[in-house]
Design a protein around this ligand. Sequence first.
Ligand code: SF4
Ligand code: SF4
Length: 367
Amino acid sequence: MSKVYFTDLRTTPNRNLLDKVVDLMNRSKIDVKIRKHDLVAVKLHFGEAGNTTYVRPVFLRSIVKRLKEAGGKPFLTDTNTLYTGSRSDTVNHLATAIQNGFDYSCVECPLIIADGLRGMSGARVAIDGEVLREVHIAKEIADADALVVVTHFKAHELSGFGGALKNIGMGCATREGKLVQHSTVAPKVNPENCKGCKLCKGYCPSGAIWVESKKASIDGKKCIGCGECILICPSHAIEIQWNEHPDIFQKKMMEYAAGALQNKTKKSLFINFVVQVSPACDCYPHSDSPIVRDIGILASADPVSIDQASCDMVNNEVSLPGCAIKDISAPGADKWRALYPRIDWSVQLAHAEKLGLGTRKYTLQKI
Ligand code: SF4
Ligand code: SF4
């Protein structure tokens, strides 16, 4: 069994929530994990422009301060998105992060987008997965000495819930890695939007794109799935084919998590904020109302245990009136299935356990 530390949201003038987060780090033995001068990647989601449920920057300042006290050199990090949005390249991503409050004056450490200007900078990591033999992990995360994963825990339309495991598995992958997880086939061109400008053809590293009669086409046999053309097209004419089955999608995601954690044994910590548990990902430019009351903050060295505990805590609540769950769902009812009936969210936990990332059995220690 793994230990999961938990604090509720009750506070006093002598012990506010920022103090409680530091207490969680202390109980998780952060000083043992971080050595002097360690470069510590603090992986989070900066929030899409318009999203309001990402973890607040002031919490990151407390986490950063504690990591510096432990001797580390922390930086806040995330990777560019596969789809076009406000975080699909490093310039826009940093601008969005700063607009969402993650500037140096608040968090007191640098922001580094881990997979380069256009999401292409990665390290190939060999893994012994059920589906994959190799994963493509964002370079700056792969190169970091330690990893602290700060997650806004929420529901997710492709995996039932999105917690620490998803934050690592999808969130530490390069664009190529994200495309591999989402799709088994090459992107396709929507001819209605294509203007025949040939920009994609010039960028394609495998010569898979040709343009005829002012319309681009992609040869699926030549495509290596780098995802570059999706971002580069100024007309948004190249589309991802979101065709992967939810079970295989989750398994691939966990195999990516295994790759990201491979060189971080005993050098990682996971902190889940189970507050404003929204019905979908923070990648949307909006945040819908929470499905349950705000529960608290968890920390653990085990990403499987912390996600299992967070899932259980949400499921043990009654769903809130007026939220995306249509009928009031009682304590004990499966909130993730109520939102996404065709997705078996337990697949990611079971597969992560099978890969040796942790255990679904945990003891909860309230601090
Ligand atoms: S970059 Fe976009 S618009 Fe230009 S040829 Fe390629 S698909 Fe068509
Ligand atoms: S995903 Fe990469 S390899 Fe495939 S067509 Fe687009 S640019 Fe070429």
